[in-house]
Ligand binder design. Structure first.
Ligand SMILES: C[S@@+](CC[C@H](N)C(=O)[O-])C[C@H]1O[C@@H](n2cnc3c(N)ncnc32)[C@H](O)[C@@H]1O
Length: 233
């Protein structure tokens, strides 16, 4: 999907909604973001891990507020698109770069990067968790990559009400979990040793479109942002 991810109208709309939601909630996320008062000579660094980064929607949303971004994605096509965007924007690979990797596999695989791949101020997984076979392992692996006091932020969709949470057959090849609820997310965060859990539901729904037998299927979903913090050392 890498080639069309930034072009399909439904994705464009969703990506804009997500970007706005993230930027509106910087304070709630609770990272000591880079601001206008910070001067480059002060040497302050804020490091973002954009996991399951795709083409870099979250990295672009948070770009003005961090100094370094490492994107990781299992798909080489997505990684190429991510890096293509960053280089087109004139950004240096020492500041923002994506690599292929899967932290959810056993053992985890992450291709070599000159950028440090631990001690992040924030790790974000946006619309990625429902693809993971083992969300418990994924949460733990992401928490391990945070520095003490660092924040894990997950955006995904709530299990649609009135449905049993079973993944529909037609999306089984890519969707492993058909949404989440607040107790599940809290359990995942707390199980990974994270504290200060909170979950916010985006009031505006997101519309997903998928072609099936030549017909466009639309589904409205409710998305949430869940956050937790690695305890300070
Ligand atoms: C729906 S896209 C979301 C991309 C991006 N985060 C965004 O918000 O636009 C899901 C991404 O998860 C990636 N992905 C799926 N399973 C993964 C895994 N185990 N490890 C890393 N990335 C994974 C896919 O390759 C895809 O780029």
């Amino acid at each position: 999907m890498a080639a069309e991810y930034d072009l399909k109208p439904a994705f464009v709309k969703m990506n804009a909604q997500v970007t706005q939601a993230i930027r509106d909630r910087l304070e709630w996320i609770g990272v000591d973001w880079i601001s206008d008062e910070d001067k480059p000579e002060d040497g302050k660094e804020i490091r973002l891990l954009d996991y399951a980064a795709g083409t870099g929607v979250v990295s672009r949303a948070l770009g003005p507020y961090v100094t370094h971004t490492l994107g990781v994605d299992i798909s080489p096509g997505m990684v190429n698109k991510f890096n293509e965007h960053a280089r087109k924007a004139g950004l240096d690979p020492s500041r923002i770069h994506a690599i292929e990797g899967d932290l959810c596999s056993d053992p985890p695989t992450v291709s070599f990067t000159e950028m440090p791949s631990t001690n992040f101020d924030i790790a974000v997984v946006c619309a990625g968790f429902h693809h993971f076979n083992d969300t418990e392992l994924a949460t733990k692996r992401l928490a391990e990559r945070l520095k003490p006091g660092g924040v894990l932020l997950i955006m995904d969709f709530l299990t649609p009400s009135g449905e049993d949470g079973k993944v529909p057959d037609e999306v089984k090849h890519m969707v492993k979990v058909f949404g989440f609820d607040e107790p599940t997310m809290r359990r995942l965060f707390e199980g990974a040793g994270l504290v200060d859990f909170d979950l916010w539901i985006m009031p505006e729904k997101v519309v997903l479109e998928r072609e099936k037998d030549g017909e466009m299927m639309r589904r409205e979903i409710t998305v949430f942002f869940a956050k937790g913090r690695k305890p300070a050392a």
